[in-house]
Design a protein around this ligand. Sequence first.
Ligand code: SF4
Length: 206
Amino acid sequence: MTIAYRGKGNIYLNITNRCPSDCSFCLGKFTDEVFGHDLRLQQEPGLEDIFRELELACLDGPAAEVVLAGLGEPTMRLDEVLSIVEWLRLRRLRSRLDTNGLAALVHPGRQVAAELATAGLDAVSISLVAHNPEVYNQLCRPIFSKAYRAVIAFAKACLAESMEVELTVVDQPGVDIGACESIAVRMGAEFRVRPLLAGDGEEERE
Ligand code: SF4
């Protein structure tokens, strides 16, 4: 069970395997391994374990950024995410959150984007997945009925908090890449297309 691992010049954190969606293209459906590390968690690590693993990973040299990603959706553990981001900010380490953008539905009443910005999150990569709710629901099978609307709202809220925001889609049948890019451009976010099952552990994640 791996909590922190290195790849592409970054440090990645794997803090949960839980997620409110069931994407047909999810990496977790095909493998437990990323960069040769077993990311299947027998139990979710506590903050003490996470910080210890982070410190160990930092000993291997400078990292471009620390990315909260893993096999599940990091914001299922929003309070831990906020603590980790703050820990990184205090050490002047750049932070990025890879997310499905559904945290506001998982944590109703919380101002998720504002809380992340206050903690010091530098960048967020949000999985847009599709150009409309119908295709999104078909591919992601979220437990929430208004998930797609929440993803768009979360991206806009992060932009309003002056975070670096990237919308991503996986290149797969049924997804109108051009229409997705237009959505990103219209709101002022970056846009990135990820290949289906590139197998490097980041591409299939958010
Ligand atoms: S791809 Fe991301 S949002 Fe979809 S099921 Fe996997 S972890 Fe959850």
